[in-house]
Write a protein that binds this ligand. Structure first.
Ligand code: NAD
Ligand code: MG
Length: 399
């Protein structure tokens, strides 16, 4: 089997660390070419030593100095590249075969898009890239002959349940498919009394009952905006109209999503809530490789529950459905407003319930402006910046 040369974007994050864990189990077929991080530069240096990465990408000169300081003098250092442009250039290096896009937020879009443009195998964890630029991203994947493998557990599950000839990138729904059934745990506040939600803390919001993840996506899971982003992601990955995507709360997080076919069959993918399973699926595709995830004992599973989400409890999910129906401008605004609101919530500058209010205020404001649908990456980034400024102001007046 040919050795893959992998570039891990966001290697110090939760997905990045899990990716390196899987790669380390397959040294004969999976090789790290480049690593990137925005913070935790000492951790990046340790990762680069362990993987013998040839290149590392850091955000600025201060980070470069920290990396050099953390590097042991006795060892040969990797090539250090600096800045967002270097990130987008690195994924396109001829040596690179596969790119794990695991930067958090729309900040990950330019490099993920560059990987698609360079025709690489793209393992996409960074869902915000598709929310902000779904049409552009999918078109680029098709036109540049890239291979797109979804890593988000729900989309990876759906991908596994679809016939491979019609997986993604889809330009129309796979034949015979009636609906995509996207599961959600409901997060830590699934049954918290509504009048207590005003007072929940960032740590409570980040204490996910089943998954261990970065702080931004943990808050998104609590508000269920994460599931809204995933509905938009599924719409683009599988060319599925919004009416044919159903969200189901499944508190056990064992069924990672399902595909319902015209004949009444429902195919599901089950497993432990451990991201190494979808990551290993992407790294090994089309083969199955060891992920380090242990046995899953169905005999002790007990029960699997499913119910419809309460949009009153989870207004962010409603807003995401509305944004998808409204179009690309609204989706960019939804994501950008959320990134700002979640950041301010994590810094304890606004309350949990204000997250949804700020997103809604931004969507209303953007909806009232005559903004044409973005066509290029620059258009997307300009609208993203416009909404961030707006959301920051709303946060200030909410504080
Ligand atoms: P994280 O916060 O743990 O890690 C984010 C990584 O991105 C870090 O390496 C960080 O240094 C880097 N980064 C942050 N801002 C950056 C910037 N402006 N420029 C360049 N690099 C930057 O996040 P995570 O939980 O690993 O999530 C990463 C992505 O994967 C997100 O889009 C998330 O929605 C998606 N995802 C995560 C999980 C999960 O289990 N954690 C599951 C599904 C999807
Ligand atoms: Mg997910």
């Amino acid at each position: 089997m040919k050795v893959q040369q992998i570039c891990v974007l966001g290697s110090t994050g939760s997905i990045g660390e899990n990716t390196l864990d899987v790669i380390a189990r397959h040294r004969d077929t999976l090789n790290v070419y480049a690593l990137s991080a925005y913070s935790r530069i000492e951790r990046l240096a340790a990762q680069a030593q362990a993987t013998r990465a040839r290149v590392v990408v850091v955000p600025n000169e201060a980070a470069r100095a920290r990396f050099v300081q953390a590097w042991p003098a006795s060892q040969r250092a990797p090539e250090i590249r600096v800045g967002a442009t270097a990130l987008a250039e690195t994924v396109a290096d001829t040596e690179v075969t596969s790119v794990m896009a695991a930067i958090v937020g729309a900040a990950g879009l330019p490099a993920a898009l560059a990987a698609a443009q360079a025709g690489k195998r793209v393992l996409l964890a960074n869902k915000e890239a598709l929310v902000a630029a779904g049409e552009l991203f999918m078109r680029t994947v098709r036109e540049c002959g890239a291979e797109l493998l979804p890593i988000d557990s729900e989309h990876n599950a759906i991908f596994q349940c679809l016939p491979h000839s019609s997986g993604c990138p889809g330009s129309h729904p796979a034949p015979g498919v009636r609906r995509l059934l996207v599961t959600a745990s409901g997060g830590p506040f699934r049954s918290t009394p509504l009048d207590q939600l005003d007072h929940v803390t960032p740590d409570q919001a980040c204490a996910h009952p089943n998954w261990s993840m970065g702080r931004k996506i943990s808050v998104d899971s609590a508000t269920m905006l994460n599931k809204g982003l995933e509905v938009i992601e599924a719409h683009w990955l599988f060319a599925m109209p919004v009416e044919r995507i159903q969200v189901l709360i499944h508190p056990q997080s064992k069924v990672h999503s399902m595909v319902e076919y015209e004949d009444g069959s429902i195919l599901a993918q089950l497993g432990q809530p451990d991201m190494r399973t979808p990551i290993a699926y992407g790294l090994g595709f089309p083969d199955r490789i060891d992920s380090g995830v242990g046995l899953f004992d169905l005999a002790t599973l007990g029960r699997l529950d499913f119910e419809l989400p309460d949009l009153n409890r989870f207004p962010c999910l409603r807003l995401a459905f509305e944004a998808l129906r409204a179009g690309q401008v609204a989706c960019i605004a939804l994501n950008a407003a959320n990134e700002i609101a979640v950041d301010r919530f994590l810094k304890q500058q606004i309350s949990y319930t204000q997250i949804a209010r700020i997103i809604e205020a931004c969507l209303n404001r953007v909806g009232g402006q005559a903004i044409s649908s973005p066509e290029t990456l620059d258009d997307v980034l300009a609208l993203d910046a416009h909404t961030r400024a707006m959301a920051s102001e709303f946060c200030l007046s909410a504080a």
